[in-house]
Design a protein around this ligand. Structure first.
Ligand code: F6R
Length: 230
């Protein structure tokens, strides 16, 4: 695992763009796994300002809420369109359909697509409780794309984005730990004090189901970008 310490999330975002550019220039980036959340906002800002060309890149997102449509401002499909896809064309973009009638079938469809399009790079943020994507504490390392019940901790953190008259979904579809670990390279971003406990667990070097981020210790190519000095 390589760690790059930066002074700010903006600098972190620049670093991520540099890493992406290197892989694109080398002809190694055909499939890019994307994340959502506040951590990724400066990254997508820098990507859209850059001359990076994704017209030959297929994108897959990590996760999506169940029960809100892509037109809902809090859906991850909406977030991706607003922040990236409407400004930077990609060859194809994929995200789980949280409105699917048969959610189990939707998980199988998505995991099959991932198998057919192996991820070259996967971006990851980290939840305050150590989740990666929506793989909450206790998730099996064998997990593939699945339906998840969000924990109290994740609901408390993410409910800030929903107004009082909106009900925040408490279930989601997420790539599993195993789906994520198949990616050739993982770029993990963690900015701000709230991420310190989770990063401390990662840097302690012990794999634990209670802190899903520690599963990354078993991946051969992980780059952590953080503004935390640990
Ligand atoms: C989002 C995702 C989540 C977030 C994590 C951190 O697609 O998979 O795991 O990366 O919850 O969220 P922020 O960046 O908002 O702190």
């Amino acid at each position: 695992m390589q760690t790059i310490v930066v002074d700010s999330k903006e600098q972190g975002a620049e670093k991520i763009c540099e890493l992406v550019r290197k892989e694109l220039d080398a002809g190694h980036l055909h499939v890019l796994g994307l994340a959502t959340g506040s951590t990724m906002e400066p990254v997508y800002e820098k990507m859209t300002e850059s001359d990076l060309d994704f017209t030959n890149v297929t994108a897959f997102n990590l996760d999506e809420y169940i029960g809100i449509p892509a037109t809902h401002k809090n859906s991850y499909a909406y977030y991706m369109n607003e922040l990236l896809f409407s400004k930077k064309p990609f060859k194809e973009t994929h995200i789980e359909n949280g409105m699917a009638e048969d959610l189990d079938a939707e998980c199988v469809r998505y995991e099959t697509l991932l198998k057919e399009n192996p991820l070259d790079i996967q971006f990851l943020g980290i939840g305050e409780n150590g989740h990666i994507a929506f793989n909450e504490p206790g998730t099996s390392p064998e997990s593939v794309t699945h339906v998840v019940e969000l924990t109290e901790s994740t609901i408390a953190v993410n409910s800030q984005y929903f107004t009082e008259d909106e009900t925040m979904p408490v279930t989601a579809l997420t790539m599993g730990i195993s789906s994520i670990m198949q990616a050739k390279k993982l770029i993990v971003a963690a900015f701000g004090e709230k991420k310190r406990p989770a990063l401390e667990k990662l840097f302690a070097g012990v794999v634990s189901t209670e802190w899903p981020v520690t599963y990354l210790l078993d991946h051969p190519d992980v780059i952590v970008i953080t503004d935390l000095k640990l």
